[in-house]
Design a binder for this molecule. Structure first.
Ligand code: PLP
Length: 378
C-alpha cells in the first residue's frame, strides 16, 4: 500500500483534469498569438480558461495573468511593485516561502529597497500590532506580502483584517495564496487584496502553471519581456493545455468544496487523535492542531523519538511506502533546515524529528491506520 501524505508539496491530478489536458493537446496545437484558425482556437481555449478562473474567485478576467506557477507569480508581483509602483520598502514575515524571502533579498541588492519582517510568535502567529507599528514608522511607499496559508505549519492568515490594515496606511497588499486557492473560497471583488499568487499543482492541477491576480489599473508593467502575451505583462507562448487544465482543476476544487473539506478534515482530526494516542507527548508545530486557525489539509508534528533513531525515521516511512515531508529545524540535505520551524522559537526539543503530513480528498482514515502501524513498528 503506497500512501501519499505530501499534498502540500504537490497534489495528484484529478482524472478529469488529465482527460481535459489530453483533449486540448489533441484538439489544438495552434499558437494563441497566430491570427489563423489554428491560433484562434488556441486563443479561445486560453481566454475561456481565464474567464473560468476569474469567475471562481470573483475577479475580472483581465485581473488574471497566467504564469509558470507560485514562484514566478511571487517574483513578478514583488519585482514589478518595486519597478513600476515606486515601492521602496517590502514588509513580510520570517515564515514566508523562499519565493518571497529570496526575492526580497534580490530586490534589496538590485534596487536598494529596504525590507522589514513582522514578528511572529512561537506558534507562527503574525503580530498585527507590530505590523501596524512598522506601517506607521515609515512614509515610504510600501508593499506588504504575507502568505494566506503557511505551507509548513498550516497557519491561516485573516486576509480581510491584514488587507484593511495595509490599506489604512496606503500600503499595497500581496498574498501568496499558493496553499489557499482551491482550498478556501476567495471573493476578490470584496477582499482588500491588491495582488495574489496561485499555482495549479496545489489543487490537483498540472505543474508549471499558475496565475497572478493583479487588481485592475494597478499600473504593473512587463515582468518578462518579449511578445504581447498576457497584455504585455508576461511574454511567452502560453501553455494552452496546462492553462485549461488549471481552470478545470479549480472548477472541480470549488464544485464540491464543502463536502470535500469535511472529508479531508475528518482525516486530519483522525490523524491528530491517533498520533496523540500513540505519542502522548507529541508536539504540534504552529497552529496546525487548532482547527479554527489552520488549514484542514496539514499537520506538522515533532515526535519524541531519540536522536540516533530519528535519523532513520523518514527512511523507515519511505521503505514502507509512506510519503510525507521532513519538516525538522535541521534537515539532512540542507545545512540550515526549515527556516519556518526555526523561527517558531518554541521550547520544543530541537532534536525531536518534525514531519509534515498533508492530506487531500484522495486520502483515507485507513491510510492513517497504516501509518500508525508503521510508526508502532519503528
Ligand atoms: C506557499 C508557497 N508559495 C510558493 C510556492 C512555489 O510554487 P511553485 O512550486 O508553483 O513555484 C509554494 C510551493 O511549494 C508554496 O507552498
Amino acid at each position: 500500500m503506497n500512501i501519499y501524505f505530501d499534498n502540500a508539496a504537490t497534489t495528484p491530478l484529478r482524472k478529469e483534469v488529465i482527460s481535459t489536458i489530453s483533449e486540448v493537446m489533441e484538439a489544438c496545437f495552434g499558437n494563441p498569438s497566430s491570427t489563423h484558425a489554428f491560433g484562434r482556437t488556441a486563443k479561445t481555449f486560453v481566454e475561456t480558461a481565464r474567464k473560468g478562473i476569474a469567475k471562481q474567485i470573483s475577479a475580472a478576467p483581465q485581473e488574471i495573468i497566467f504564469t509558470s506557477g507560485g514562484t514566478e507569480s511571487d517574483n513578478m508581483i514583488l519585482h514589478c511593485a518595486v519597478k513600476d509602483l515606486g515601492v521602496k520598502r517590502i514588509i513580510s514575515s520570517p515564515i514566508e516561502h523562499h519565493a518571497i524571502l529570496h526575492a526580497m533579498e534580490a530586490l534589496e541588492q538590485l534596487f536598494g529597497i529596504t525590507t522589514a519582517y513582522v514578528k511572529t510568535d512561537e506558534k507562527g502567529t503574525v503580530d498585527l500590532e507590530h505590523l501596524e507599528m512598522l506601517l506607521k514608522s515609515d512614509e515610504e511607499k510600501t508593499l506588504v506580502s504575507l502568505m494566506h496559508v503557511n505551507n509548513e505549519i498550516g497557519n491561516v492568515l485573516d486576509l480581510e483584517k491584514v488587507g484593511s490594515l495595509c490599506h489604512e496606511y496606503n500600503a499595497y497588499f500581496h498574498t501568496d495564496a499558493v496553499q489557499g486557492i482551491g482550498h478556501f473560497t476567495f471573493d476578490m471583488e470584496k477582499l482588500p487584496v491588491d495582488f495574489l499568487s496561485a499555482a495549479a499543482h496545489k489543487f490537483h492541477g498540472p505543474k508549471g502553471v499558475g496565475f497572478s491576480f493583479i487588481r485592475k489599473d494597478s499600473g504593473l508593467q512587463a515582468f518578462i519581456h518579449g511578445g504581447a502575451q498576457e497584455r504585455g505583462l508576461r511574454a511567452g507562448t502560453e501553455s494552452v493545455h496546462n492553462i485549461v487544465g488549471m481552470c478545470k482543476a479549480l472548477e472541480l476544487a470549488y464544485e464540491n468544496l464543502n463536502e470535500e473539506r469535511k472529508e479531508v478534515l475528518a482525516v486530519k482530526t483522525y490523524f491528530i487523535d491517533q498520533i496523540t494516542t500513540l505519542f502522548p507527548e507529541v508536539q504540534f508545530n504552529g497552529l496546525c492542531n487548532d482547527l479554527t486557525q489552520s488549514t484542514y489539509t496539514l499537520v506538522n508534528i515533532a515526535l519524541p523519538i531519540p536522536e540516533e533513531k530519528a535519523l532513520m525515521l523518514d527512511f523507515h516511512l519511505d521503505l514502507n511506502g509512506i510519503a510525507c515531508s521532513k519538516g525538522s529545524a535541521c534537515q539532512s540535505g540542507s545545512q540550515s533546515g526549515s527556516h519556518v520551524l526555526r523561527s517558531l522559537r518554541s521550547n520544543r526539543k530541537e532534536e525531536w524529528p518534525s514531519l509534515r503530513f498533508s492530506f487531500s480528498i484522495l486520502n483515507s482514515k485507513k491510510e492513517v491506520d497504516r501509518l500508525i502501524e508503521v510508526l508502532k513498528d519503528f
